[in-house]
Design a protein around this ligand. Structure first.
Ligand code: 7PJ
Length: 284
């Protein structure tokens, strides 16, 4: 299957699974906060070193985030998020030829990032904030629409679904229709069921088991499973010790149709997916 997703000036070729490397420019992200953002400023050299490492390791996309969405994280002001994200995007664009994704729900951050050369807008709130749909449409970039039940602060309190898969499918249907009406063409839309966002461990594992049923309009699916706490429902593992489980989850997701995996550990994931891809070529 060849499928090309236009990401600004670049094309994302999804004829094989792709790796999105996580680049958090935050003081407080759950697994890697504070490494690239210290003393209220972006550490540009550290950002560039991390970007270079991830690209060398096989990242196809770099996902820059300036707002932690873990429950209990402090809210970040627009000015602060803008400063974090654009600082990193600008530095990466000047140095590397790659697709930059921006993990943000803020329309101003989206618009500024697009202007600076980002290729993909990744919104865990599914472009629900005021002005986000317009920002997405005007940017002309690709968009990743993620499903979340509730809001980050309270989403894990008591997640509840009538029918998990049907509910998520319905959400995709509504969002895709709304994005299309706003002017985002179908070939630019990527879907993400949002592992860990308003889901119990049982919800997360069921969603993974049935990922191949999420085929709304045959749009490409992105998943974020890396180091997530669903792993600890099975294994007692610290955040730094979730690599092997994360690789298994990423591989299972790709086996069930996911085309992009968002991960902290790029090299290990790229190796695992290279094996999956090679196998898939002999699956005749
Ligand atoms: C996701 C994300 C995800 C997409 C985060 C974390 C929490 N964006 N941003 N999908 N997760 N599209 O990395 O654990 O699952 S932040």
């Amino acid at each position: 299957m060849t499928r090309l997703v236009p990401c600004g000036a670049r094309m994302l070729d999804l004829s094989r699974p792709r790796v999105m490397g996580i680049l958090n420019v935050t003081p407080d992200s759950f697994s890697d906060g504070g490494q690239l953002y210290r003393n209220q400023r972006v550490d540009v050299d550290a950002v560039l070193r991390r970007a270079e490492e991830m690209l060398r390791d096989g990242a196809d996309i770099l996902d820059v985030g300036g707002e932690s969405t873990r429950p209990g994280a402090e809210q970040v002001s627009e000015a602060e998020e803008l400063d974090r994200v654009t600082g990193a995007v600008k530095a990466i664009v000047e140095r590397f030829d790659t697709i930059i994704s921006v993990d943000s729900s803020n329309p101003t951050v989206m618009t500024e990032s697009a202007r600076l050369g980002a290729g993909l807008l990744n919104d865990v709130r599914g472009f629900s904030r005021e002005g986000a749909l317009e920002a997405a449409a005007d940017s002309g970039l690709a968009v990743c629409v993620m499903h979340m039940q509730g809001q980050p602060d309270t989403m894990q309190v008591n997640p509840d679904y009538v029918d998990l898969i049907a509910d998520i499918d319905e959400f995709f249907e509504e969002r895709v229709r709304t994005l299309s009406l706003a002017g985002v063409s179908l070939d630019r839309i990527i879907l993400d069921p949002g592992f860990g966002f308003g889901k119990t461990a049982e919800h997360n594992f069921r969603m993974l088991a049935r990922l191949n049923e999420l085929v709304y309009q045959d749009l490409p699916v992105l998943v974020g499973l890396s180091r997530k706490s669903m792993i600890t429902s099975v294994l007692e593992r610290s955040i730094e010790d979730r690599l092997f489980a994360s690789l298994a989850l990423a591989t299972m997701a790709v086996e069930r149709g996911a085309r992009i995996v968002r991960v902290h550990d790029v090299r290990a994931t790229a190796d695992a997916l290279a094996m999956w891809h090679r196998m898939s070529q002999s699956d005749t």
